[in-house]
Design a protein around this ligand. Structure first.
Ligand code: NAG
Ligand code: NAG
Ligand code: NAG
Ligand code: NAG
Ligand code: NAG
Ligand code: NAG
Ligand code: NAG
Ligand code: NAG
Ligand code: NAG
Ligand code: NAG
Length: 341
């Protein structure tokens, strides 16, 4: 995957923003020392905040010593609102792809007419839980007439070699619509427009009767809203739809599909109406992270190898279920960052 040209200005802007931020960070560092000493989350002289988002090591930005490989982030302060935090990416790194198409669609052969790539935006990071939450837009298919749809698919590639996985435990697949089969899929194409390997799917079918959804308003159980559990070990994922007729296309034109943090989305019958896209800014999806430089934890009692990440005195190493990586945890009764001294 080559760096798309539309990203180059962004990378340059981010570099410029970083120079300014470094200066601010150094100054703020001094101010903080004068204040009461706070919990240290980052390595010395590394920026530890992006707006109100904490950046705990192994995440970091700027100098390579400020982050571990794969955990580089970029703080975008050039937007008018609050600063926004992104995972840095290169050709193999985390990327988010939106493709849109404006015709009759068949999920088995999706040919996108418009493709846009973006960096993955982070909401927050928790070292204690080995999790970062990212914004992820909702996939949609909105009828334009009885046979045609305008669809927008969201696809994310976290990178095979990278530290991130989609959390199977903490997320769920959701479908919203009067007759929607929402499904999660992986992709082989680098633009995300050739999709294969159908994973879980779920079905909501009102059989043309909105009353069924109103009766079940607030619960996601197959009438207007459906959900399905996710598989383990997923680094590439999109949400699409199996083609189904929308009998209610005039009043209820849109179907939605999302991968989202469990318990976050509360179904409301209101979401079945109108052409407004649900949550245009994105919904939270939970990513797990782990250290992947050495394989599993070194055996107990053995000399710690070079590059071992659990360097805090009161920390311990925990193997993950993926089998080729580990995370660092604070020992009981301690908190702080096990990845720094
Ligand atoms: C940052 O501020 C925004 C807007 O006030 C808020 O929605 C968000 O939860 C905050 N994030 C953190 C990590 O505190
Ligand atoms: C891209 O990122 C991956 C994962 O972090 C890393 O292994 C690789 O060396 C990077 N490639 C380049 C060209 O920077
Ligand atoms: C950073 O912010 C600027 C200004 O809003 C925007 O043009 C740019 O696309 C942003 N970068 C990303 C990755 O969103
Ligand atoms: C998908 O459709 C396009 C255009 O109709 C066709 O050229 C292509 O061979 C199809 N791909 C598959 C895998 O069926
Ligand atoms: C629906 O719209 C498409 C494209 O705009 C058009 O080709 C098709 O004939 C329309 N179908 C009906 C039944 O109106
Ligand atoms: C859905 O409801 C739960 C529990 O009341 C709440 O924590 C959550 O914030 C709600 N989600 C949204 C998007 O409002
Ligand atoms: C469905 O639930 C939402 C939120 O719980 C409420 O605002 C809405 O009025 C309800 N709609 C109907 C038709 O009961
Ligand atoms: C982690 O797994 C490795 C390899 O299977 C094993 O040698 C090590 O003892 C395990 N460590 C812990 C803390 O479970
Ligand atoms: C563990 O933390 C305690 C309290 O902060 C500290 O006194 C002690 O030196 C730490 N142990 C190691 C091995 O770093
Ligand atoms: C998870 O994927 C990795 C490759 O990324 C593979 O080596 C490992 O065996 C997989 N683990 C499970 C439990 O599927």
């Amino acid at each position: 995957m080559a760096i798309p040209s539309q990203l180059l200005p962004y990378l340059l802007a981010a570099a410029a923003a970083f120079l300014i931020l470094s200066a601010i960070a150094e100054q703020r560092g001094l101010e903080e020392q004068q204040q009461q000493q706070q919990a240290v989350v980052a390595r010395p002289r590394c920026q530890d905040m992006c707006g109100n988002i904490s950046i705990p090591f192994p995440f970091g930005m700027g100098k390579p010593r400020c982050f571990l490989p794969g955990f580089e982030v970029i703080c975008n302060t050039s937007s008018s609102g609050r600063p926004r935090l992104f995972l840095a990416y290169n050709e193999s790194g985390p990327v988010q792809v939106v493709s849109a198409l404006n015709h009759r669609f068949t999920a088995r052969n999706v040919t996108a007419s418009f493709v846009m790539k973006n960096a993955v935006e982070l909401m927050d990071i928790s070292v204690a839980h080995n999790e970062a939450r990212a914004y992820r837009a909702v996939s949609s298919a909105c009828s334009t007439n009885s046979t045609h749809f305008r669809a927008k698919f969201q696809y994310t590639n976290l990178g095979d070699e990278g530290p991130f996985l989609l959390s199977a435990m903490r997320n769920v697949l959701i479908g919203v619509g009067s007759n929607v089969e929402s499904m999660m899929m992986t992709s082989t194409g680098e633009t995300g427009n050739e999709m294969k390997a159908y994973m879980p799917s779920c079905l909501s079918n009102l059989m043309g009767k909105l009353k069924y959804a109103t009766d079940g308003n607030g619960t996601c159980s197959g009438l207007g809203c459906c959900q399905a559990a996710l598989p383990l070990n997923v680094t590439e994922f999109g949400v699409s739809f199996m083609p189904r007729l929308n009998l209610l296309w005039q009043t209820n034109p849109c179907f939605y599909g999302m991968l989202v943090e469990k318990s976050w989305y509360n179904f409301s019958v209101h979401d079945l109406y109108g052409r407004e896209l649900l949550y245009p800014r994105g919904v939270p999806v939970v990513l797990e992270f782990a250290i992947r430089n050495l394989g599993s934890c070194p055996p107990e009692g053995q000399q710690k190898p070079q590059g071992y990440a659990c360097i805090s005195g009161n920390s311990t190493c925990v193997n993950t279920t993926r089998g080729d990586d580990y995370v660092c945890k604070c020992l009981e009764h301690y908190d702080g960052n096990p990845y720094i001294i």
